[in-house]
Design a protein around this ligand. Structure first.
Ligand code: HAM
Length: 430
């Protein structure tokens, strides 16, 4: 027998009935985003590698270790190929599109959302995949349109709290921090480096490396022995300049007024380089080690670093795989059985079944049709196993009389009904 070909490591097939939960989540998300005036953007999955190097950052784990990137075939022998990458996240692509299509010329702030696959070559485990899905949103625009306002940050966070509530997800924690800006960050980084100099030798190998390449990430370390050392390191909050400090205070004030609970976590730094000021993550206990259900923050200098005009922005991305997992753990998966199974009885009946199915589907009925070669017993058993609530028997007599035997498969009751009555009986009341 030929070798079986399986889904690539870290990727997976999403199958029914689980896809029903994915659809439920996505339609709730679209409903909620709509009332906050967000509109959908779809950017390519394939981008120029430099886009991520210049936004997410060359020294980050995402870009230095986890990218699916390759040199694309050159168009001519004399040319070099272009380096392409499967997107590891979508913020960079959205800001690229914002610049490329001059979206700043449009009035007000751009409120954009996306739903789609992202790719990171991470070690797969529960809640961590190499192809995973994000539901994200970004608010970007010129400063004159109010893009820097702390009210934008608070509104985005309140939208997320509403979305989780709408989905029936409880027990989440919003962790919030300010990571400063181009003005105060260098001063903080210097203080951090100075403090690390004396203690880093006692820390884990990852921290020793990060102390050199990306000292902020030391704050993220989870190794137990390093914790007492990290707790004594300087805190960003003590280095925020006046404008960042008042910005962060205002975000917290509005959130408190809106009764959105949050915890200030001075060690929250996030794994992407573009962040400034507000940074946040929502975590959930049901998720285990990979407990971040979503993350985001401000990126006030990102547009300029990609060659665009000043366009402060803030956004988030929800890990859809993790969101669905949380829902399944709390609510279970709803199956979506068909409304009626048509059992054609005898030669020539498939055609009549097809006609009737077409008519019923036109009225919104979910129909599965059997085959004229099946014995009635087989048809009824198949329908029951599929969880279909009604079976409709269609033989020559029924076609001639226009009266059909409709069997309720959960109660066993059978009735003779006219064609026009079928849809009303089998469609579940909403
Ligand atoms: P991120 O924190 O890298 O941020 O990812 C956001 C969320 O995506 C995570 O909290 C997690 O739920 C999910 N996620 C990340 N990696 C994986 C994985 N390998 N498997 C499953 N889920 C995963 C960003 O991507 C930023 N672009 C968010 C953002 C938008 N910031 C501003 N705007």
């Amino acid at each position: 027998m030929a070798n079986l070909i399986k889904a690539v490591r870290g990727t997976r097939d999403l199958l029914p009935p689980e896809t029903g939960t994915w659809n439920f989540v996505e339609s709730a998300v679209r409903d909620v985003f709509r009332v906050y005036n967000f509109q959908e953007i779809r950017t390519p999955i394939l981008e120029d590698l430099q886009l991520f190097q210049r936004s997410v950052g060359e020294e980050t784990d995402i870009v230095s270790k986890e990218m699916f990137a390759w040199e694309d075939r050159a168009r001519a022998q004399s040319e070099k190929g272009q380096w392409l990458a499967l997107r590891p996240e979508n913020t960079a692509g959205v800001v690229r599109a914002y610049i490329e299509h001059k979206l700043w010329e449009r009035p007000g702030l751009q409120r954009l959302y996306y739903i789609g696959p992202q790719f990171r070559r991470e070690r797969p485990q529960k809640g961590r995949y190499r192809q995973f899905y994000q539901i994200g949103a970004e608010v970007i625009g010129p400063t004159a349109a109010g893009s820097e306002s702390p009210a934008v940050d608070a509104e985005l966070l309140e939208m997320l709290a509403s979305l989780l509530e709408r989905l029936g997800i409880q027990g989440w924690t919003l962790n919030l921090n300010s990571v400063g800006c181009a003005n105060d960050r260098p001063v903080y980084l210097q203080a951090l480096r100075d403090a690390l100099k004396d203690v880093v030798h006692a820390m884990c190998a990852d921290c020793q490396r990060r102390a050199e390449t990306n000292p902020l990430r030391v704050l993220d370390c989870k190794v137990p022995q390093d914790q007492p050392i990290i707790e004594k390191l300087p805190r960003m909050s003590d280095y925020l300049d006046e404008s960042c400090r008042t910005h962060f205070a205002e975000v917290q004030k509005i959130l408190t007024a809106m009764e959105v609970p949050f915890v200030v976590d001075h060690r929250l730094v996030r794994g992407l380089d573009y962040y400034t000021r507000t940074a946040f993550e929502f975590t959930h206990g049901a998720l285990g080690a990979q407990n971040a259900i979503l993350g985001g923050g401000r990126y006030d200098g990102l547009s300029e670093s990609l060659g665009g005009p000043p366009a402060p922005g803030i956004g988030f991305a929800i890990g859809e795989d993790r969101l669905v997992m949380t829902l399944q753990e709390s609510a279970g998966v709803a199956a979506h059985p068909a409304d009626v199974y048509i059992a054609p009885l005898g030669a020539g009946m498939n055609m009549h079944a097809a006609k009737l199915a077409r008519e019923l589907r036109g009225k919104g009925v979910v129909v599965v049709a059997g085959d004229e070669s099946f014995k009635l017993k087989k048809s009824l058993e198949t329908a029951s196993k599929m969880g279909v609530r009604f079976a409709l028997i269609l033989g020559e007599n029924e076609v001639n009389s226009g009266q059909f035997a409709l069997k309720n498969l959960s109660t066993g009751e059978q009735a003779s009904v006219g064609k026009t009555e079928i849809a009303g009986i089998v469609t579940p009341s909403k």
